[in-house]
Design a protein around this ligand. Sequence first.
Ligand SMILES: O=C(CO)[C@@H](O)[C@H](O)COP(=O)(O)O
Ligand SMILES: [Co+2]
Length: 229
Amino acid sequence: MRTCRIAPSILSADFARLGEEVRDVVDAGADWIHFDVMDNHYVPNLTVGPLVLQAIRPHTSVPIDVHLMVDPVDEIIPAFLKAGADIITFHCEASRHIDRTLQLIRQGGAKAGLVFNPATPLSYLDYELDRIDVVLLMSVNPGFGGQSFIESTLEKTVAVREKLDRYKAETGREVMLEIDGGVKPENIARIAAAGADTFVAGSAVFGAGGKSGYADVISRMKAAVAALD
Ligand SMILES: O=C(CO)[C@@H](O)[C@H](O)COP(=O)(O)O
Ligand SMILES: [Co+2]
């Protein structure tokens, strides 16, 4: 059976009830919580930081996947590690020394991931796979929830899947492949067929109007992926 992790992005949650939203979406079947950090510098939007991560941490035991859309990145990583991040991903363009940033995250005890914008070349992966736990492909330009899925991401997903399968055959090590932006029950099967195993969904999940709506969307997403087997 193929792996399908659903990671709802709290960007589209009700921020006035964030702890409850996190609990509801996990009860509804979420595998990870996706935590979008934007700095109004690397991206034109401003969201949440380590204090908010620390506040939601006691509300769930599922992995919290911190997506850093910040530049510079290294200086803020220790605060997210301390606040309880399980996975920390950052953008290739936001780190001056990618290898050092990956090590900083892993030495702090979290899994490390590299994020590729729609136009970022995959060559950044060439020498770093040994230090990467997650490859995150953006399927929208970063900065906002609720955008449409960019179709060229599918071709890029296939290319990363081939690299990761080759790497696994050589080393036995599995690297996760996560897609972020515009993922919905209607397109998730095509994205999974291209080779993704982890799916961020913000507006599709939190736009579903409460706990039973969240459960409905998440189960439809999982069913669409399971139907590929
Ligand atoms: O990182 C980002 C946007 O920059 C994402 O995590 C979005 O928040 C996903 O939202 P939807 O596209 O699913 O609404
Ligand atoms: Co994100």
